[in-house]
Design a protein around this ligand. Structure first.
Ligand code: NAD
Ligand code: DAU
Length: 366
């Protein structure tokens, strides 16, 4: 048996693939377009591993997906692929519409055709797991209860609107065609391989470079943080035991204002890698113009996944953020390659023309 993962060279997808294979999961076919957010270096430890088959391509390329499904006969598809950065969606929403809506639609179409031709027992066992976000529910006031799975969809950014549309398509393919889908709506992730344009890695990287730590508006916006490996364990659990057609909210019960997050990162850096002048990193905090339409607060009520499936996060915020800061300090080459753009040449540098297996073999097959 095999699973097909889309977007498995991104932040969460690569953590998922690494953990999946480390835990003895079935072979993974990893389809990724390698946008600026896709980084094959995240998967370097899988080089030569025949259980990892990397395919450089677009989930919106129905012919490619159809060919991959026919060739590998996966028992499940886990859809991570997306444009994921809210600020980029404000600057240029087009790519978000194309990937998150049209791409998901094309993927669903190819999967529907494949699934429809399976025998009855394979059809019953098949799963399409769509990885989505808490942002589809909109913004909470200070006193609102946390988002449950029945909250109304009120997306406020082009990113969240495009994810909301993809969630609706996934839902419709279950209700109309019977495709066995599962959807997870997760809160903010953090951890290894997080692209340093998002809050936590940006702060870690900028602090060390002596740059400003840009806090939007008053810094009192609240996010609910989950260590990425806990998100991956939730996805595995939902894939394994989730009820078909259901939605599961995933969160860490870790609501924190942005300013507190930035202060925590600064404190950890003060401890683990003090500034040469011995001054605190928090001196680098700079308040900048707020994000347009900035959602004030997200919070996930994760009782359903806990009560139905017995899933709970393993990390506290304190343990997870310490691991994360240490990971960035221990992996300066990864950071340097991302900052210089060298990670984008990884495919060519590492694999160009060579006759190799595993990750690389499939990179060439695209
Ligand atoms: P990311 O931006 O780090 O990675 C996205 C990956 O998808 C990249 O490897 C990129 O190359 C790939 N990709 C983009 N378009 C593609 C296409 N058309 N075909 C194939 N691959 C394509 O994103 P992430 O933070 O890892 O998020 C993964 C998923 O989880 C997204 O669907 C996102 O909406 C969701 N999510 C993210 C968070 C978070 O905090 N990061 C929280 C909840 C949900
Ligand atoms: O809630 C889940 C979502 O979390 C995911 O669906 C998205 O893919 C993911 O990017 C993330 O979205 P956010 O917009 O919450 O994440 P970001 O890291 O961009 O910002 C977190 C908060 O920090 C947000 O309130 C904006 C603020 N911020 C961000 C940056 C990059 C700053 O104050 N300064 C910054 O420089």
């Amino acid at each position: 048996m095999t699973i097909l993962v889309t977007g498995g060279a991104g932040f969460i997808g690569s953590n998922f693939v690494l953990d999946w294979l480390a835990l003895g999961g079935e072979p993974v076919v990893n389809l990724d377009k390698l946008t600026y957010a896709g980084n094959l270096q995240n998967l370097a430890s899988l080089e030569g591993n025949p259980k990892h088959v990397f395919v450089h391509g677009d989930m919106g390329d129905a012919a490619l997906v159809t060919r991959l499904l026919a060739q590998h006969r996966p028992r499940a598809v886990v859809n991570f692929a997306a444009e994921s950065h809210v600020d980029r969606s404000i600057l240029g929403p087009g790519a978000f519409i194309q990937t998150n809506i049209v791409g998901t639609f094309q993927l669903l179409e190819a999967v529907r055709a494949y699934w429809g031709a399976l025998d009855a027992s394979a059809q019953a066992a098949f799963r399409f797991l769509h990885v989505s976000t808490d942002e589809v529910y909109g913004s909470l006031s200070k006193t609102d209860p946390a988002f449950t799975e029945t909250n109304r969809y009120e997306p406020n950014s082009p990113y969240s609107a495009s994810k909301a549309a993809s969630d609706h398509l996934v839902r419709a393919y279950h209700h109309t065609y019977g495709l066995p889908v599962l959807t997870t709506n997760c809160s903010n992730n953090y951890g290894p391989y997080h692209f340093p344009e998002k809050l936590i890695p940006l702060m870690i990287v900028n602090a060390q470079a002596g740059k400003a730590l840009p806090v939007y508006g008053d810094g009192q916006q609240v996010r609910d943080w989950l260590y990425v490996k806990d998100h991956c364990s939730a996805i595995r659990r939902v894939l394994d035991a989730g009820r078909v057609g259901e939605v599961y909210n995933v969160g860490g019960w870790n609501e924190k204002p942005n300013l507190e997050i930035v202060h925590t990162v600064c404190r950890l850096l003060d401890e683990l890698k003090p500034r040469a002048d011995a001054k605190p990193y928090k001196d680098q905090i700079t308040y900048v113009t707020d994000r347009p339409g900035h959602d004030r607060r997200y919070a996930i009520d994760a009782r359903k996944i806990e009560q139905e499936l017995g899933w709970k996060p393993a990390e506290t915020f304190e343990s997870g953020i310490r691991k994360t800061v240490k990971w960035y300090l221990d992996n300066p080459d990864w950071v340097t390659n991302v900052q210089s753009g060298a990670y984008r040449d990884w495919l060519a540098q590492q694999y160009g023309g060579a006759q190799v297996s595993g990750t690389a073999a499939m990179a060439r097959s695209s």
